[in-house]
Design a protein around this ligand. Structure first.
Ligand code: FE2
Length: 113
């Protein structure tokens, strides 16, 4: 699988995940893949066959994490988050090599496991 790319529509917030080269449009705009920053703040705690992933961050209406994702060689797990919810997600550990988080203000960050 090629590198995972995330496209987030600035108008409606829709998220598209691609593992190849894609032309993604939403709300009449062509979207570019989100740039990925490195995050040291993402924690991935082992709990049986799962990772409990979290990150200290505001979860207010204007500034929150809208998703966590976990990349492995054969796929992507995705968890949508909402304002006022906990900045936390659970993923099956099998094969996961990278965790992503997307902030509605600061953009996309990743941590390699
Ligand atoms: Fe943020």
């Amino acid at each position: 699988m090629q590198d995972v790319k995330f496209y987030v529509c600035p108008v409606c917030g829709n998220v598209t995940i691609s593992t190849g080269n894609a032309e993604v449009t939403c709300c009449g705009r062509k979207l570019r893949p989100e740039r990925v920053g490195q995050s040291r703040g993402i924690k991935a705690e082992v709990s049986g066959s799962e990772y409990i992933v979290s990150c200290g961050h505001p979860m207010t209406k204007d500034h929150y994490f809208s998703f966590f994702a976990a990349e492995s060689d054969d796929g992507v797990q995705y968890v949508r988050l909402y304002p006022e919810s906990k900045a936390e997600a659970r993923f099956t550990r099998q094969g996961v090599k990278r965790i992503y988080v997307y902030c509605t203000v600061d953009g996309l960050y990743a941590k390699d496991l």
